[in-house]
Design a protein around this ligand. Structure first.
Ligand code: NIG
Ligand code: FE
Length: 448
């Protein structure tokens, strides 16, 4: 993880309290003299509308951590009186923010699509490449033939990069197997990543990513396979998995689009997923609006992702629903599109919005949330405050972990980023580099 260069000074067992008589609680780690602490606290749950701009700033702040959990947050003077700690970090001239939650990724895949990158530079569109049998299907072939260890090793290397750019929680979808055995192989890789990598991982089953070639003549039969064969096995696997043990939910996603699945097929897959305990999510309105948004709201999707062509009145309906809008601007950037999802109108209409990389080998070979945030500021006119809450607390709600990660509040998992700069807005102002000086994941200092 070469991009994140740790320059913090960690002191051991240093007393920060002048008043010797005060009874102090013991903590493992204490960050103090934090110039700006952006807690992203959300007392009312997911942020909507004007709440996105409230990053819960505390100046001259401190955070105390014990057993991986945040136990004290407040003014530095108060917290340093109340806690002594095994390790302390002086954060003078640094901002501290929550670890990013990347709520939409396809991190596990075989091969790459660098040849398609060149085809697109030469003028081919993403949809033309997909219609010609490339795109997702090309990655499917590489993923089917890759052995499990190789898939794990390549995904782990990607996760290292993502963590170096501040993503401490990452959702990972299947969807490059498109047959039962390979979809389950990907789920096992996702589980092993969760067990062996510092990032908190959330699994999503995306068997309905596209129709594989062997079902091209009968797409309906593939939908039946997803519903009748894959979903029951996925649900069985989840029940005995590390995720169920940890209380981490599993989601079911579907790509609702031309050359993928109709809103009606998507409905059947998501409803079957719900019957098996998988919460619904959807890729929708990326290229064509097909009333998938209305369907997503009706079935109760936790999030509706992409939304590039979503306009009124669908935006108003999203604002009145519990479905979180997840624009994915790294896709537009990567595909060289001038148009972006209208996240500004979504926020102004009162929607709840979250951002993500959509890391995948085709539409978004993008590791880091800082680039996503920088892009959303410039092309979607979101403020640095808004891109921070959309990338942390709201993204945590988009993966069902809003009560566990995404903000710096007492009782939450201690996932924090010490920035190189004193002003949190620099995380999206300068771009192309890494704004992070030190990552803390579940209370542990991540070393570069
Ligand atoms: O979110 N749009 C559908 N799925 C992915 C792309 C996957 C790929 O191109 O491999 C996405 O953009
Ligand atoms: Fe995606």
């Amino acid at each position: 993880m070469s991009q994140c260069q740790s320059r913090v000074t960690i002191k051991q067992n240093q007393s920060l309290c002048n008043t010797a008589l005060i009874m102090q609680e013991q903590a493992d780690l204490l960050l103090y003299n934090i110039t700006q602490l952006a807690t992203c606290a959300a007392a009312d749950g997911v942020k909507r509308g004007t709440q996105h701009a409230d990053v819960g700033l505390i100046y001259d702040a401190a955070v105390a951590i014990r057993n991986g959990i945040i136990v004290g947050v407040g003014k530095s003077a108060e917290i340093t009186q109340s806690y002594r700690a095994t390790q302390t970090i002086d954060c003078t001239q640094h901002a501290v923010i929550p670890g990013f939650v990347d709520c939409h990724t396809h991190t596990v895949f075989g091969g790459d699509r660098v040849h398609e990158f060149e085809m697109r530079i030469a003028g081919a569109t993403y949809m033309e490449i997909m219609a010609a049998g490339g795109g997702i299907v090309s990655t499917m072939h590489h993923t089917r033939t890759a052995d499990e260890q190789a898939l794990f090793a390549s995904a782990k290397a990607r996760l290292d990069e993502m963590l170096a750019f501040g993503s401490t929680t990452v959702e990972i979808k299947t969807g490059y197997g498109l047959d039962t055995a390979t979809e389950l192989k990907i789920l096992r890789v996702i589980e092993r990543l969760a067990q062996e990598h510092p990032c908190t991982i959330v699994p999503t089953f995306l068997g309905a990513h596209t129709v594989p070639p062997e079902f091209k003549a009968n797409p309906a039969d593939y939908v039946t396979l997803v519903i009748e064969e894959m979903l029951p096995q996925v649900a069985d696997w989840y029940a005995g998995s590390y995720f169920a043990e940890q209380g981490i939910p599993i989601f079911c996603d579907v790509f609702c689009e031309d050359h993928a699945f109709t809103p009606e097929q998507s409905w059947h897959v998501l409803a079957a997923g719900q019957a098996h305990g998988l919460q619904p999510k959807i890729h929708v309105d990326q290229f064509n609006a097909m009333y998938g948004v209305e369907m997503a709201i009706e079935i109760g999707c936790v999030s509706a992702d992409h939304l590039d062509v979503t306009r009124e009145p669908a935006i108003r309906k999203l604002a009145q629903s519990d479905t979180i809008c997840v624009p994915l601007p790294a896709v537009n950037f990567n595909l060289g599109h001038a148009e972006f999802a209208d996240a500004r109108t979504m926020i102004d209409a009162g929607c709840a919005v979250a951002l993500a990389t959509d890391l995948n080998p085709g539409s978004a070979p993008c590791y880091g949330m800082p680039l996503v945030m920088a892009t959303a500021c410039r092309y979607q006119r979101l403020l640095p405050s808004e891109v921070l809450t959309t990338s942390t607390i709201n993204a945590a709600y988009a993966v069902g972990l809003g009560d566990r990660v995404g903000s710096i509040e007492i009782g939450k998992q201690a996932d924090l980023l010490i920035l190189k700069q004193a002003d949190y807005r620099h995380a999206s102002y300068f771009f192309g580099g890494n704004p992070i000086m030190q990552i803390i994941q579940h209370g542990k200092l991540i070393t570069a």
